[in-house]
Design a protein around this ligand. Sequence first.
Ligand code: 5GP
Length: 239
Amino acid sequence: MEIEREALIKKGKTNNIFLTNIEEILEIEASDRVYSDDPCVIKEISGKGKINNEISMYCFMLLEKNGIKTHFINIGTNDSSKFVRKLDMIKLEVICRRYSDGSFCKRFGCKKGIEIEPCAVEFSLKDDNLKDPFIPKFAIEHMNIATKEEIDYIEKITIIVSDLLSEYFDNLGIRLIDFKIEFGRDEDGNLLIGDEISPDTCRLVDKETGKSLDKDLVLENIDDVKSAYMKVLERVQTT
Ligand code: 5GP
C-alpha cells in the first residue's frame, strides 16, 4: 500500500511530524529552522531541511546495514521528509563524546578537543522547561524512564553507533566530536533509534581545515551554516 501523509500532529523545534494512512508509520519533515539552546537561538536557513534529511537518511541506512535497528523506513513525500516507524519515545537524550567540547567543557572547565578514549555515553533528561539537564543512571531507573536492562542496552548500542559513524565520517575527512541520539520502543518493546542524525545533532569538524561543519556555526555566521552542511552532504553522497 502506498504511504500517504495525513494531519500534522507535532511541530517540534526543528522537525514537523505527520500521521500517515498507515497507523504504525509517521512522516517526519525536517524544517529549515536551526536551533541552538546555549545561548538560545532559532534561525531559518532556506534549504537546510532537505540537506539534513538526506544526511540523516544516509546515516540511518549505514546503521541498518550494520544491524542496528532504527525507525527509518524510506524517503517521505518530499525531499525534506522521511517515513518512519512510530515509536514510544524515551524522554532521554543519549549523548556520546569522543572529544571534549560543548557543555562537557563548560560544566567541568576542561579544554576543548581532548580525545575521550574509550568514548563516553551520558544521558540528559528531555525536558525543555528544565533545559534538558544531565541525568544520572539511578535517576533514570528511579523515575521509571527506562529499566536498568534498557539503559545497558542503550549504552551498548550507542558505543557501536559511535564507532560506525566515526569511521564513516573519518573516511570522508570529517572528525566526529560528539553526537546525540534518541531511542524509542516499538509495539513489542524493542528499542530502536529514532529522531535524526545530522549536523544538527552531531559535532563535526573538517579534518583538514579544523573548521566546524555543524550547527555550532549558528552562533558565528549564519551564512556559513548552509555551506558547511552542504559540504557534509556532498561527501556523504559519495558513499
Ligand atoms: P552538548 O551537551 O555538548 O551541548 O552537546 C553534545 C552533543 O549532543 C552535540 O553534538 C549536540 O549537537 C548534541 N545535542 C545535545 N543536546 C541536543 C539537543 O537538545 N538537540 C540537538 N539537536 N542536539 C543536541
